[in-house]
Design a protein around this ligand. Structure first.
Ligand code: ATR
Length: 275
């Protein structure tokens, strides 16, 4: 049976084995998908052993997405833009690296949450790997503007400069959090790691336009700190990143198996399992 896995450290908490088992059952694909713990200094060796045992593909999670980028023989344009790889596909001696995180985010926003991004004002919070992976897929939706804001403004400036050539008609700019005062947005995406420590980025009040959605890439039991703060500041709707998790998995599954799984029931099952 074809073998796949998610590799990370830690990895025991990963929902990916559950998600891919549901995708496989639903599409009638015969495959085995497991969680693979790699030592912090042993990513490449773990991948090599998995490939030697006939492994066909890997999802890569923290802290190995940059190492996976280095390891890949070929990269998709979106992995190249993200500077990180979350999906590896092994074909003969070649390792193909892709990044499905940003596409998963956009698909969750547009399909599951019904938000079209074209012509909208989008605010992206954060300038780490999670933010970087989202920029190209967001720009491809044709927003009116994309503002990248970060606690350390210089990192946001670097990202905005890097992606300016691909911005098309969208206004792409960087900001500090304080510099957002007086601006409003239709969509605010939290790609900072603040929710991991139960914190919310310190935004000036009033960034949410009427009807705005506040989206946290993180998820957990109940609302994240960012979602609570957004509600208190007038966001009309809030969402966590569980849908993004399922959609990025669906993109990976499609890359490996050539079939697009249905995500609605998988997302509902996953939601029920964490609440
Ligand atoms: P990741 O790959 O998960 O994005 P990262 O590269 O370490 O991780 O980036 C973490 C991001 O979360 C950064 O944008 C960081 O802001 P700084 O660049 O100023 O460090 C942001 N971040 C982490 N904790 C935060 C907090 N409490 N408030 C606001 N931003 C925070």
């Amino acid at each position: 049976m074809d073998r796949y896995a998610v590799v990370g450290n830690p990895v025991a908490h990963s929902k990916s084995p559950l998600i891919h088992a549901e995708f496989a059952a639903q599409t009638g694909q015969e495959l085995h998908y497991e969680a693979l713990l790699a030592p912090l200094d042993g990513f490449a060796a773990t991948v090599a052993a998995f490939r030697a045992a006939g492994g066909r593909g890997l999802n890569v999670t923290a802290p190995f997405k940059l190492e996976a980028f280095e390891l890949a023989d070929r990269l998709s344009p979106r992995a190249e833009a993200a500077g990180a790889v979350n999906t590896l596909a092994f074909d003969g001696g070649q390792a193909y690296g892709d990044n499905t995180d940003g596409a998963g985010l956009v698909r969750d926003l547009t399909h599951n949450l019904g938000r079209q991004l074209a012509g909208r004002r989008v605010l992206l919070l954060g300038a780490g790997g999670a933010a970087r992976g989202a920029i190209l897929p967001l720009l491809m939706e044709g927003p009116a503007s994309l503002v990248i804001a970060n606690r350390t403004e210089s990192r946001a400036l670097e990202l905005a400069d890097r992606f300016r050539a691909g911005a098309g008609d969208a206004e792409l700019r960087a900001s500090s959090f304080a510099g957002l005062a007086g601006s409003t947005f239709d969509l605010v995406i939290n790609a900072t790691a603040a929710s991991l420590s139960a914190q919310s980025p310190e935004l000036p009040p009033g960034v949410y336009a009427p009807g705005a959605l506040a989206y946290d890439m993180m998820y957990g039991k109940g609302d994240t700190a960012f979602m609570r703060a957004a509600r208190a500041d007038g966001a009309a709707a809030v969402a966590d990143g569980l849908g993004m998790l399922v959609e990025q998995a669906a993109e990976s599954f499609q890359l490996w198996r050539g079939v697009r799984p249905q995500t609605t029931s998988v997302l509902a099952d996953l939601r029920a399992s964490i609440d």
